[in-house]
Design a binder for this molecule. Structure first.
Ligand code: BG6
Ligand code: MG
Length: 216
């Protein structure tokens, strides 16, 4: 029986994709590295340093570990400026508030399971800081998605077993992580055509909480 729902943050609860893209694009332009929206799709759900490695596939020189740290920090600083100046509750994705409210009213526990180290700041900017029963994010984990660590920590913080939880994800790596963790997977957005998910929808506006908790 489903007793909890663990939501990925970026691309599921809130649209931060454009800010990630603009920040990576600025860093790549400064370094003379080709980058576009198509390559950006590969960064969905992937950790910051793994994202950088994907971008560096197009680099014309080798970067040392220290230089890579500097590039990732530079991108993150651009990203944080965008979060601070542009992110607000209007960036919450369609259907999110209704699904979260309906789950709460039905006594289903809700958590965040995100790879992002910026997760606490993002939740603050969209005024959902105090809304979730538990959160687990990039600051809590050693292994990023597709490893299930972040979802297992979220389930544990909810006091639930993995098989009592549904994960909502927009990234292939996140669907893999949910399945690796023994959880049900609901694919939304970019993950909609991932056949491995137990259920799929364009966004949370297209789904009812009955469909979520009866997922099998
Ligand atoms: C994920 C995003 O949620 O977080 C990825 O989908 C991002 O694109 C990852 O790389 C890490 O985010 P951050 O904020 O820690 O750089
Ligand atoms: Mg995501």
């Amino acid at each position: 029986m489903i007793k909890g729902v663990i939501f990925d943050l970026d691309g599921v609860i809130v649209s931060t994709d454009e800010f990630h893209y603009q920040a990576w694009q600025q860093m790549a332009d400064e370094e003379g590295i080709y980058f576009d929206r198509h390559i950006n799709e590969r960064l969905r759900g992937v950790s910051r340093m793994e994202s950088l490695e994907i971008i560096l596939e197009r680099a014309r020189k080798q970067y040392s570990e220290d230089q890579k740290t500097e590039l990732a920090t530079r991108k993150n600083n651009y990203y944080k400026v965008l979060l601070d100046t542009r992110l607000s509750p209007k960036d919450i994705l369609p259907g999110v508030m209704k699904v979260l409210t309906d789950l709460k009213n039905s006594n289903i526990k809700i958590a965040i399971g995100s790879s992002s180290r910026n997760s606490p700041s993002i939740l603050k900017h969209i005024d959902l800081e105090a809304f979730f029963d538990a959160t687990a994010d990039g600051n809590d984990i050693k292994k990023s998605k597709p490893d299930p660590e972040v979802f297992l920590i979220a389930a544990q913080r909810l006091g639930l077993e993995p098989d009592e939880c549904v994960v909502v994800e927009d990234a292939e790596a996140g669907i893999t992580a949910a399945l690796n963790g023994g959880m049900k997977a609901l694919a939304v957005g970019s993950a909609i055509s991932d056949k491995r998910a137990h259920f799929a929808a364009k966004d949370l506006a297209e789904i009812t909480i009955d469909q979520i908790i009866n997922i099998s």
